[in-house]
Design a protein around this ligand. Structure first.
Ligand code: NAP
Length: 305
């Protein structure tokens, strides 16, 4: 039986693993088939402290993994297919392998940005298509950008991107915004923000990097070409929590609810990173909450001894 099993291998999971390993808990990380999480989908990370010249996302995750491994973290590659958190010890099933038993669990399965589901968006991910203005905005100084979406995220990202971009065009599929009044007003009042209504991105095109998008007006069916250097998709995120439905408390969007640090509603189960945070969603905040979860696990196991 394992002292602690960590589900997920983004910054939260790997930081939790590092701290658990250094506390001699011999953690097992189930790293999932997309090991390393969302940072493996980005290029330069310029806002993770300690790297004054930036670091590539995949390299940062490789280094975090190596650091956790150095202190005795064990890794298992595979997707968790079922959990029983009502059992004692907790039971975790990975693919078709035998059930793994754990005294405590850290859930750090992250979240994923919703995508438009068009082929060309995948082709240019990291080459002009982004789902994170905070991460990638600064690469587009003086360039024209598109933001897709009509909610608070799109307004926030669009407004934020005007710090760098020459213009930001928000493309929304309807003619009214979903965003809160205050966020709408801020975007509408910004001289650098323009709107294209009732439209959907049909294709992202370019040569190696993004050079523009083809938009379709959903009312008239007319096609329009819009040159741009970047396309920020801000149509929402979804937490990876389907495994925990009916076991762990979640909010209406499916984010895990935590209290007193990283505790969930089940003693011995802790949550860290984007799976429980839809507000900050940064690698450094995820890593911070992974550290908190490891310390919470250590205290929990001591209290059970
Ligand atoms: P959201 O409120 O769900 O809005 C998503 C937007 O994307 C909607 O306008 C939606 O269009 C559009 N959309 C969805 N799927 C699409 C698709 N396939 N193609 C094109 N457009 C699509 O998501 P969010 O903006 O990420 O916000 C999520 C939550 O976080 C909200 O509760 C929000 O208030 C909160 N939030 C708060 C702040 C803040 O207060 N600072 C900042 C960001 C987010 P329709 O309108 O037509 O459905």
């Amino acid at each position: 039986m394992h002292n602690v099993v960590i589900i997920g291998s983004g910054p939260a999971g790997l930081t939790a693993a590092l701290y658990c390993a250094r506390a001699n808990l011999a953690p097992l990380v189930i790293e999932g088939l997309q090991a390393g999480g969302q940072l493996t989908l980005t290029t330069d990370v310029e806002n993770y402290p300690g790297f004054p010249r930036g670091i590539m996302g995949p390299q940062l995750m490789k280094d975090m993994r190596e650091q956790a491994e150095r202190f005795g973290t064990e890794f298992l590659t595979g997707d968790v297919t079922a959990v029983n958190l009502k059992a004692t010890p907790f039971q975790i099933t990975v693919d078709e392998k035998p059930v793994i038993e754990a005294r405590s669990v850290i859930v750090s399965t992250g979240a994923k940005a919703l995508m438009l589901n068009i082929d060309s968006e995948q082709r240019y991910l990291g080459q002009g298509v982004s789902t994170c203005a905070t991460c990638d905005g600064a690469f587009f100084r003086g360039r024209e950008l598109i933001v897709v979406g009509g909610g608070d995220s799109a307004m926030e990202e669009g407004t934020f991107l005007t710090k760098f971009a020459s213009t930001v065009t928000i493309v929304h599929r309807r003619d009214t915004l979903r965003a809160s009044k205050i966020m709408q007003d801020r975007a509408l009042a910004n001289d650098k923000v323009q709107f294209i209504w009732d439209s959907a991105v049909e294709e992202v095109y370019g040569e190696g990097v993004v050079q523009g998008v083809k938009l379709r007006n959903l009312k008239t069916n007319a096609l329009m070409d819009k040159p741009c250097a970047g396309v920020f998709i801000a149509i929402g995120h979804t937490p990876n929590t389907h495994l925990f439905v009916d076991q762990l408390d979640m909010d209406e969007q499916g984010y895990l609810l935590t209290h007193d640090g990283t505790k969930t509603n089940i003693p011995g189960i802790f949550a860290a990173g984007d799976v429980q945070d839809h507000t900050y969603r940064q690698a450094v905040t995820a890593a911070g909450s992974g550290c908190m979860a490891a310390i919470d696990v250590e205290r929990y196991l001591e209290s059970m001894a």
